[in-house]
Design a protein around this ligand. Structure first.
Ligand SMILES: NC(=O)C1=CN([C@@H]2O[C@H](COP(=O)(O)OP(=O)(O)OC[C@H]3O[C@@H](n4cnc5c(N)ncnc54)[C@H](OP(=O)(O)O)[C@@H]3O)[C@@H](O)[C@H]2O)C=CC1
Ligand SMILES: CCCCCCCCCCCCCCCC(=O)[C@@H](N)CO
Length: 265
């Protein structure tokens, strides 16, 4: 039975991932900021699996030492971390000139730095033990830069670069790094985001219908089991992930025309 740490495990994709590991009998630690959300996530898991081993830690992943302390407490309880799923993330759409520097940086600090902090808290020990898996949750917006998502796309593209470099370092030591690029997924965050999403963004994002968090989570867990590096969801995002740089000149020409029709209205 593994010890699985899930950042952002109190909601959405992270919680759906936690549910799968709990059902398998693994020990699961949930990290997120809001204590009440963490508690209700834990209660929900225990309601279905009364004997489940679930620990929760309230922490802001962007705070490096706080993350190390939280991970230490989880490991003291459940043993060394075998699997990390870094799902904590935020999104705040808005035109580049309209969003504050603070809002921009907050997305980088949470989505990029927060995931790096979580990885740092478990990686060295995994390397020493010559086993472990780290799944980073990027986004379809980490495969294509999306109108109104400059900060979010930057944070999610960066995770891909981090994953690629870390993979090459980790690979000789038996540690498997993965990164996934989910499409729109029905979660509390998605519901909030839709009100703020610019019409122009829907030109791109509307190409892929929203997925359920449970289906995204089961694909994530399957990829962790198989040690797959890059995880795409559905044919469109697979095509974008594998052939993106080849097709983007044409894709962007087409998207620019569609966005132009909206902007001129
Ligand atoms: N839903 C979607 O359409 C898609 C989502 N993604 C990515 O999937 C991940 C999960 O998103 P989703 O499940 O939709 O979002 P939710 O808002 O449902 O869940 C986000 C989780 O992250 C936690 N979190 C947010 N900020 C921090 C922080 N600074 N420190 C610690 N925990 C934090 C939240 O708890 P709390 O706020 O209490 O801290 C919550 O547990 C994100 O990285 C997102 O970018 C990728 C593609 C599509
Ligand atoms: C064969 C190639 C055709 C290409 C068509 C382009 C399709 C791109 C779809 C991008 C979807 C991005 C969803 C991001 C969701 C997300 O992260 C937010 N919901 C944040 O919460």
């Amino acid at each position: 039975m593994a010890h699985v740490i899930v950042t952002g495990g109190s909601s959405g994709i992270g919680l759906a991932v936690a549910r799968i590991f709990v059902a398998r009998g693994d020990r699961v630690s949930l990290l997120a900021r809001t204590p009440a959300l963490l508690q209700s996530a834990r209660d929900g898991l225990l309601a279905v699996h009364p004997n489940a081993q679930v620990c929760v830690e309230s922490v802001d992943v962007s705070r490096e030492t706080a993350v190390v302390d939280a991970v230490d407490r989880c490991e003291a309880r459940f043993g060394a971390c075998d699997i990390l799923v870094a799902s904590a993330g935020i999104v705040q759409p808005g035109l580049f000139e309209a969003i504050s520097a603070e809002a921009f940086n907050r997305q980088i600090e949470t989505n990029l730095t927060g995931s790096v902090n979580a990885a740092r808290a478990v990686y060295a020990a995994m390397k020493t033990r010559r086993s472990g898996r780290i799944m980073l949750v990027s986004s379809g917006a980490g495969l294509i830069g999306i109108y109104g998502y400059s900060a979010y796309s930057a944070s999610k593209f960066a995770l891909h670069g981090f994953a690629e470099a870390l993979r090459s370092e980790a690979q000789p030591h038996g540690v498997k790094i993965s990164v996934c690029f989910p499409p729109d997924t029905e979660t509390p965050q998605f519901a909030r985001e839709l009100d703020e999403r610019p019409l122009e963004a829907a030109v791109v994002m509307g190409r892929v219908a929203p997925w359920s968090a449970d289906v995204v989570a089961s694909r994530i867990v399957r990829a962790i089991d198989r040690g797959i590096f890059e995880v795409f969801f559905g044919p469109t995002l697979y095509g974008l992930g594998r052939f993106g740089s080849l097709i983007k000149p044409l894709l962007n020409w087409w998207l620019d025309r569609a966005i132009g029709r909206i902007t001129r209205r």
